[in-house]
Design a protein around this ligand. Structure first.
Ligand SMILES: [Zn+2]
Length: 322
């Protein structure tokens, strides 16, 4: 009798335990469903940094272009289409830099998903506002999808490299995220206002530390800094617009050196990856220093990447022009 009683006690406890367990897992499931995050794909680094800063912990943000790849050279693969089809939102810079996205986007849109073009409503600048060296492209065959062919003419796509544009992009991204995920409206707005305050600070730093400098003569090896030059009154003397890994011909080298001498340019800005030997001879024959200016097109996707790397650009410009 004693044993039976014990058994029934045991059964009662077991039932209660099972009930509690079921109740707990149901409660857990309900809370998971309530906090399920939307999946967002941002195309490349600056767009990722803006989107991640707005999203915080409220959405899962993935950067499509990997850490070591340039968005100009990105090859869209079937595995990338899979990433897109799993996402609810895609955020892009637009203005033609993501040419590889044109076809996949048709499919993405037909799936009734949200596409945010961060550059919507921005005033775009023409590439013709940069003087290109006449012989820089000689003997250089352009493949389809080549950088120069992509935006040799027409609007320059590097809109993000001006902090004021970046703020407008953040507002576009914020509106798109709210539309796609209205339950987190307040959270997105709070994160965005903190990030926008940082971007405003960055803009003021460019004004007080760079815009005030004299003789802001800019020669770069990539046509990326048109918007930055326009915002803070740089004189964009020339863009060599060569392929970074390619060694320039002697004729191009001479043209670069003449340009530097004629405009008394003290520093020439390059991207990483340019032929070190060519840089050495440019520096030796023109007397100009070589420094790096960051396009923020390549690198590890991090929320603070844009702010940090734009501040590095302030330092690079200051030490060149001060
Ligand atoms: Zn570029």
């Amino acid at each position: 009798m004693q044993i039976v009683c014990k058994n029934s006690d045991f059964l009662y406890l077991l039932v209660m335990k099972l009930f509690r367990l079921t109740f707990c897992s149901m409660a857990l499931l309900t809370s998971v469903l309530a906090t399920e995050k939307i999946k967002v794909v941002a195309t490349f680094l600056p767009i990722y940094a803006h989107t991640q800063s707005i999203a915080g912990h409220l959405a899962d943000v993935h950067c499509l272009v990997g850490a070591g790849t340039d968005p100009h050279d990105f090859q869209f693969k079937p595995s990338d289409m899979k990433k897109l089809s799993e996402a609810e939102v895609i955020v892009m810079n637009g203005v033609g830099i993501e040419m590889w996205l044109d076809k996949p986007l048709e499919k993405f849109r037909s799936m009734n998903k949200t596409v945010i073009n961060a550059s919507e409503g921005l005033s775009l600048l023409e590439n013709t506002e940069i003087i290109e060296l006449s012989s820089a492209h000689e003997g250089h065959h352009h493949n389809e999808g080549d950088h120069c062919d992509q935006h040799g003419e027409g609007k320059n796509p590097h809109t993000w490299l001006d902090p004021v544009n970046a703020s407008l992009q953040v507002k576009n991204i914020l509106n798109g995220l709210i539309k796609a995920d209205p339950k987190n409206k307040n959270g997105y707005e709070k994160n965005a206002s903190l990030y926008l305050a940082e971007l405003e600070k960055l803009h003021q730093e460019f004004k007080s530390e760079v815009e005030v400098l004299k003789n802001k003569n800019l020669i770069t090896f990539h046509d990326a800094f048109l918007y930055l030059a326009h915002r803070y009154q740089f004189k964009y003397i020339g863009c060599v617009e060569d392929v970074p890994e390619k060694k320039p011909s002697p004729k191009v080298l001479k043209e670069i050196i003449d340009l530097i001498k004629n405009h008394q340019v003290k520093t020439v800005f390059v991207e990483e990856g340019y032929s070190q030997r060519s840089l050495h001879s440019i520096s030796r024959d023109s007397g100009a220093k070589i420094a790096t200016l960051d396009t923020i097109e390549v690198g590890k996707p991090e929320a603070n990447a844009y702010l940090n790397r734009m501040r590095n650009n302030i330092q690079a410009l200051k030490s060149a022009w001060q």
